[in-house]
Design a protein around this ligand. Structure first.
Ligand code: URA
Length: 224
């Protein structure tokens, strides 16, 4: 299926019931940020806060992502942020490769066809495995460029949830690696879209921005 616009895609996504993950989630989460951005960030799948709000990467991982992006002069309203998996797996478990493929072939691929970013950042192992290969390893493959099936170059970096579990020297090392991965992505983006500004003067408050969607989803959850 291909969608004429992003709002058509989002409408269809919000009604998706194609796999069992849907029944344990409040609903599918879509994207946030700028659909005209040359830079797309692809995460894993929604956690609890994202399921509440219906938007990717607005919980603890999203807050750390904002800080990391800030260190390379990116604000979230200037990038397109999405996930491989649209519905929160029960108990926040990591989605399987097969679940990732099933969901992403229906939704992420359509998003990429509409957005046509110039550069993709794969955030963590689930995104790397979908975008590169099922046997890819984040520890081995992060920080190097690869070509996705969309013909768009991508670079993988550690997922913020992984950083949140690290301490001491390991954390410092991983933070620097993420910084250099993001910097490489910004440089490639500037080469491909030199006039696009990745930073806005007023970084958005995503939780406020999507508070009405959260209210709608709360009502939905209360309905029998
Ligand atoms: N982790 C992700 O990869 N995506 C989200 O939306 C939330 C947590």
């Amino acid at each position: 299926m291909s969608f004429p616009s992003h709002s058509d895609l989002e409408n269809a996504l919000f009604h998706c019931e194609l796999c069992p993950l849907r029944k344990d989630a409040i609903g599918p989460t879509s994207y946030n940020g700028a659909p005209d951005s040359p830079l797309a960030i692809v995460g894993e799948g929604p956690g609890g806060v994202e399921d509440d709000y219906g938007v990717p990467l607005v919980g603890p991982s999203g807050q750390l992502l904002d800080k990391a992006l800030g260190s390379v002069d990116i604000t979230r309203d200037k990038v397109y942020t999405t996930n491989v998996i649209k519905c929160r797996p029960k108990n926040n478990r990591t989605p399987t490769v097969e679940e990732g493929v099933f969901c992403a072939e229906r939704w992420l691929d359509e998003e990429m066809a509409l957005v046509k970013p110039k550069v993709i950042i794969a955030l963590g192992s689930v995104a790397l495995k979908y975008l590169l290969a099922p046997d890819a390893r984040i520890t081995k493959d992060r920080g190097r460029w690869f070509e996705t099936k969309y013909g768009i170059p991508a670079i993988a970096t550690y997922h913020p949830a992984y950083l949140l579990r690290l301490t001491g020297k390991d954390l410092v090392k991983a933070k620097w690696e993420v910084f250099y991965d993001l910097k490489a992505a910004v440089e490639k983006c500037r080469e491909a879209a030199p006039d696009y500004e990745l930073k806005s003067p007023e970084p958005p408050d995503l939780l406020t921005l999507f508070s009405s969607r959260r209210e709608e989803r709360k009502q939905k959850r209360r309905m029998p």
